[in-house]
Design a protein around this ligand. Structure first.
Ligand code: SF4
Length: 86
């Protein structure tokens, strides 16, 4: 398991992380179907290579390594993964 986008992304969806990710594993992008409907954007836990490049570019500090994810946002791990199981 990889990095996780958590609650601060809701209402922000800045997408700087999308541009920073070297393996293109953060979706939906602004030009992809569903972007407007999703509350936040998500990291694909299979494709993520744990590089950490997305963390410092997020203006609301919404992205965490799994080990650093605050307990109150623990459910976002499943929420990120669920997007890719549709
Ligand atoms: Fe992409 Fe790296 Fe962030 Fe994983 S940790 S989502 S590979 S930028």
């Amino acid at each position: 398991m990889a990095y996780v986008i958590a609650e601060p992304c809701i209402g922000t969806k800045d997408t700087a992380c999308v541009d920073a990710c070297p393996v293109d594993c953060i979706h939906p992008k602004k030009d992809e179907p569903g972007f407007a409907d999703e509350a936040l954007i998500y990291i694909d836990p299979v494709e993520c290579i744990d590089c950490g490049a997305c963390v410092p570019v997020c203006p609301v500090s919404a992205i965490f390594a799994l080990d650093d994810l605050p307990e109150k946002w623990a459910d976002f791990t499943a929420r990120n993964a669920a997007y890719y199981k549709k």
